[in-house]
Structures are given as C-alpha cells and as structure tokens.
Design a protein around this ligand. Structure first.
Ligand code: SAM
Length: 158
C-alpha cells in the first residue's frame, strides 16, 4: 500500500470513526477529548461534530493550523501524563476521547498507549467511547464501522 493510500485510510478511519462514536454517545453527558492536537485536524472535526460539548485537547506543543488554535482553558499543553493527571484532578467527565499520540515507532507507541490507559480510564464516563489509533489496555474493544479495518483504528466502550 502506498503511503498516500495509507494516509487516506487513516484520515478516513478518523473521520468516520469519530462520526460513528459521536452518534453512539449522543444521549450521554460529558466532554470530548482529543489526545494529540498536532495540526488540529481531528480537534477541528470533533468541535464541528459536537458543537455543544466542551472539547479538551492535549499536546506537548502548540503547532496547529491557525484556524484550529483551541481556547486557552481547553488546551492542556505538556506531556500526556501531566495533562491526563490534570483532568483527573479536575474530575473531568469525558464521553468521547480520541487517542492520536505517537512517534511512528510502533512498539513505543503501543507501549505508551498501554501506559496511559489507566489514566484515561479514570476520566471516562460509563457508556463513553474511545476512538484510538493505537491499541489501549484494559478497555472493552468493540467493532467500529464495517469499512474500517480492525488493525487500522480501535474502538472501545467504557
Ligand atoms: C499524529 S499527531 C496528532 C495529529 C492530530 N490529531 C491531527 O489530526 O492533526 C500526534 C501529536 O501528539 C503529540 N504527542 C505525542 N506524544 C505525546 C505525549 N506523550 N505527550 C504530549 N503530546 C504528545 C505530538 O506533539 C503530535 O503533535
């Protein structure tokens, strides 16, 4: 598969997976959380899809497209552990989380996702959804939309 095809597959999985999960949690209260602001694409999509929810977003750096700069109060700048610990302290209630941290080194990315999973679990509401680019540990995996390959994106009900 070309890198272009692979990127398109990832973007499609993100958009369709987030849309699908947002519908599933429609009747549940809670905030959104995007782990990995990056360019701001998925954050922008989440705030557009869930205009009535607060969308928290994390990254160690603020380097997104100017149109996607989050409100200062919703942006947790720093390392993932610190950001998640701050949400735990604030007693945040997250109903839809998107996990998009990673360096591109599969083994390290999988290990980090497993290490962060217990912190993520502390802020998720019952009946919430996690849409993730990496496998997480300790959550119930569910089947996502049919056209998304199970090893491309991961879906968890909390
Ligand atoms: C793949 S990019 C996110 C792309 C973004 N979701 C988008 O749609 O544009 C991953 C981002 O996560 C951040 N990141 C990776 N590991 C992190 C960590 N442990 N703590 C904080 N930020 C991290 C990187 O700085 C990078 O901006």
């Amino acid at each position: 598969m070309s890198r272009l095809d692979s990127m398109l597959r990832r973007f499609t999985a993100q958009r369709d997976g987030l849309n699908w999960a947002a519908k599933l949690v429609e009747s549940h209260a809670g905030d959104g959380l995007d782990m990995g602001l990056g360019n701001g694409r998925t954050y922008d999509h989440m705030r557009e899809t869930m205009p009535d929810r607060r969308i928290w977003v994390m990254d160690r750096v603020l380097q997104c497209h100017p149109s996607c700069v989050p409100p200062e109060l919703d942006f947790l700048q720093g390392e993932a552990e610190e950001g998640l610990a701050r949400l735990v302290e604030m007693d945040a209630k997250i109903v839809l989380a998107h996990y998009d941290f990673g360096y591109g080194v599969k083994e390290e990315d999988v290990a980090e996702a497993a290490r962060l999973s217990p912190l993520i679990a502390k802020i998720m509401v019952r009946g919430g959804m996690i849409v993730s680019g990496q496998p997480l540990a300790g959550f119930d995996q569910v089947e996502g939309p049919d056209h998304i390959a199970p090893d491309r994106y991961y879906f968890y009900r909390t």
